[in-house]
Design a protein around this ligand. Structure first.
Ligand code: HEC
Length: 111
């Protein structure tokens, strides 16, 4: 009996977990994110710019997650630039970078 309850518990919690994960990844609009990234971040983060080149493939999915979700950007030199963006814009930018990250199924540079 206890074993059964435990099994049901494990099954239910893994279903919830997968659902939560896929929602988290699909939250933003990656097309808008690409646009925002190009117009707000690439101004500095490009070859020959004031900061080093940065594109989705510059980091892994986990590294982008750390930068955005864990607010690691508070340590970056361009913290002020991040804070100018609305939460929605940041979510779109995150969705774009995360979707094409170095270890994603379709890594991409920012052209
Ligand atoms: C005014 C110029 C400027 C803008 C605009 C800017 N950054 Fe930066 N950013 C910098 C500089 C300078 C650094 C320090 C490191 C370097 O030279 O790349 C930095 C660092 C970073 C880092 C850490 C680099 C690393 O190697 O881990 C990330 C990630 C980053 N920026 C992302 C962004 C994002 C996303 C945006 C848009 C919301 C943005 N930046 C906008 C100038 C800028």
């Amino acid at each position: 009996m206890l074993k059964k309850i435990f099994l049901i518990y494990v099954m239910l919690s893994s279903v919830c977990c997968f659902a939560a994960l896929s929602i988290a990844e699909e939250k933003g609009d990656q097309r808008k994110g690409k646009y925002f990234f190009r117009s707000n971040c690439r101004t500095c983060h490009k070859d020959g710019g004031t900061a080093k080149y940065l594109g989705p493939d510059s980091k892994t999915m986990a590294q982008w997650q750390k930068a955005f979700e864990k607010k690691q950007y508070a340590e970056f030199k361009c913290k002020a630039e991040w804070e100018k963006r609305s939460a929605e814009e940041l979510l779109d930018i995150f969705t774009y970078l995360h979707k094409y990250a170095a270890d994603s199924p379709s890594p991409a540079k920012c052209q």
